[in-house]
Design a binder for this molecule. Sequence first.
Ligand SMILES: C[S@@+](CC[C@H](N)C(=O)[O-])C[C@H]1O[C@@H](n2cnc3c(N)ncnc32)[C@H](O)[C@@H]1O
Length: 193
Amino acid sequence: MIDWSERYRTLDTPWNLGGPHPDLVRRLQMSEPGPRDGFRDALVAGCGHGHDALALAAAGFVVTAVDIVHDLRDELEERLAALGGRFVITDALALEGEMFDVVFDHTFFCAIDPAMRADWGAMIRRVLRPGGLLASIVYPFSKPMEEGGPPWGMSRDAIESALGTGFEVLADEPVVEKGHQTWPERWLVMRRA
Ligand SMILES: C[S@@+](CC[C@H](N)C(=O)[O-])C[C@H]1O[C@@H](n2cnc3c(N)ncnc32)[C@H](O)[C@@H]1O
């Protein structure tokens, strides 16, 4: 069991890119996905320092960023609020009663115990509106599960199996701007029917 608070306290956070994922930045500049066409409310679960959440909020999304680590509040809460978003400290896997147009996953799915992937899928089904988009950085792509984690190997198959039926793949392609170096990364977008 990972002690996430301890990892932040000891600065043992190799996942931290120090800024938003560069391919998210590139796509937001292209407005893909953009806060248009009825897509407004975005969830970033397991947001960490909140770089991606802040980038999405700056691009016009109304962002809810969620993490279980209390110590992240001081650095994130006000900055996100200034962009119209909010930071919530809670177990993201237990979220319910809120609806989002977009869920962005960047090293949250691969961080949780694989035994909890079904809980992750159930959470997405509870909070993503029909027609809403799940956008994921699929990382570490092609890492064998036997190598352990986190980060645990991540794939489109694993996401599809966690989500269950009723999702259509809109994009599944290598990232153009890499964020992490150790393993390949892909950009996956799925739309809920
Ligand atoms: C690998 S880090 C990724 C952080 C961020 N997405 C990034 O790319 O920098 C995983 C994050 O998920 C958070 N986390 C782990 N389990 C969680 C849970 N059940 N609910 C909410 N956050 C969780 C951790 O505290 C950590 O910030």
